[in-house]
Design a protein. Structure first.
Length: 405
């Protein structure tokens, strides 16, 4: 039986929310109007399906399909609705829409789960506003404490706790607690667009995750001496921009040599004047590697080269790890059970996900990937073909049926 047409309609309804008319990309940062509108859309979809909505005090939501005779530990699925700055349509929302569509498919088939099925939405998965990826799931599981979250602020100086206080959270927010959820859930399955080309190379529309590479975000503070761009001789400068620039090149070279990933994607310059040598440059490194040892070695080498260059430039370097996530090995038995029946390939991912946080908290976890024809992600060009999306809905529905029977 083909998937319910509800997927296509839901996708059309969600697609315009937070989309830039200039770039075509998405700006759904947590607790902004676009993200809250998307969250309201989700709650409306849950009400239309008669799902029982629970939420915590940060806006994480789990909506339950609990038929009368369903009992025992259930199956949780879902993803997130927030985006990176100028991001793509599929990263996160595909998992949410597919989860709702999978419930529709099972109901259309007359399937009644013996165990409850939950559909979740986690807040601030991307870390695009408050700088810490998977913040919602970290707070829910206790991986990040309330005290640590109080110090988080966005680029405009707004504190996370203030943004939450001003947001319109679902009615009854506070009912969702990790201790309760951990007892209510036997496993979590997150569907996500693939952020790479592995499935393209395998000519497969759907895959299953084996592991998440260890990764981290590191802040580099380069200090120097502000001065006049015209009157200061080149040999008299203490320019932190030079140290930063050479560090970027060093990170690129070291990552290429070792087969890992290193990206400086954000930079802040002070005083940021065209005709002034800057006094300070702050830049953020995103580093990912095939093992925790490789990650530590990559970052250490980038730091060593940065300090070496700073010695030549008469500048300073301070490295601060802002978040570091260890390798996540998904439940192998669960992955085998999901992939085995349909022969879906099992592949690793270099991107972080809420599934990784839940796995680290002790919940058996798996992921399904939907083919991305170009591999481009975190960009307006991110894409998945409708036929592959529907294949993903079918795969998720089949998975939920197996796990909730």
């Amino acid at each position: 039986m083909s998937p319910s047409p509800d997927f296509t309609q839901m996708w059309r309804d969600l697609e315009p929310l937070g989309r830039s008319s200039a770039s075509g990309g998405y700006f759904r940062q947590p607790f902004t109007s676009a993200e809250r509108e998307a969250a309201s859309w989700f709650l409306e979809q849950c009400r239309d399906r008669g799902l029982d909505v629970t939420a915590d005090e940060y806006g994480n939501v789990v909506a339950w399909w609990r038929p009368e005779n369903a009992s025992g530990a259930g199956v949780l699925t879902g993803s997130h609705l927030d985006s990176v700055l100028d991001g793509g349509a599929y990263d996160g929302p595909l998992g949410v829409v597919s989860a709702l569509a999978a419930v529709d498919v099972l109901r259309d088939r007359g399937f009644t789960p013996a165990r409850p099925i939950g559909v979740s939405v986690f807040v601030e998965e991307e870390g695009s506003r408050f700088g810490l990826a998977c913040l919602g799931s970290r707070l829910l599981t206790g991986a990040t404490t309330v005290e640590q979250a109080r110090d988080l602020r966005d680029r405009d100086g707004v504190f996370f706790v203030d943004a939450v206080a001003e947001a319109e959270l679902p009615a009854g927010a506070g009912r969702l607690r990790w201790a309760d959820l951990r007892e209510q859930v036997a496993c979590f399955v997150e569907l996500h667009v693939e952020q790479g080309r592995d499935l393209v190379d395998r000519d497969a529309p759907v895959g299953v995750a084996s592991a998440i590479w260890p990764h981290g975000r590191y802040r580099f503070d380069f200090g120097g001496e502000a001065n006049h761009a015209g009157t200061t001789r080149m040999e008299d400068r203490h320019d932190p921009m030079l140290t930063y620039a050479m560090t970027v090149l060093a990170a690129n070279k070291q990552a290429r040599l070792s087969g890992q990933r290193a990206t400086f994607g954000r930079v802040d310059v002070h005083p940021n004047g065209t005709n002034a040598v800057p006094s300070r440059v702050t830049a953020w490194l995103d580093a990912r590697a095939e093992s925790e040892e490789h990650l530590a070695a990559l970052v250490a080498e980038v730091e060593r080269l940065a300090r070496e260059r700073a010695g030549l430039d008469g500048t300073s370097v301070v490295l601060t790890p802002e978040s570091v996530s260890p390798e996540v090995a998904f439940d192998a038995d669960l992955a085998k059970r999901i992939a085995g029946a349909d022969g879906w390939p099992v592949i690793p991912t270099m991107a972080g996900h809420d599934a990784g946080i839940l796995s680290a908290a002790g919940l058996p976890t798996a992921m399904l990937f939907v083919r991305n024809p170009t591999g481009i992600s975190h960009s307006p060009a991110e894409h998945a073909e409708t036929g592959d999306c529907l294949a993903g809905v079918e795969a998720l529905a089949a998975t939920l049926e197996r796990l909730a029977s």
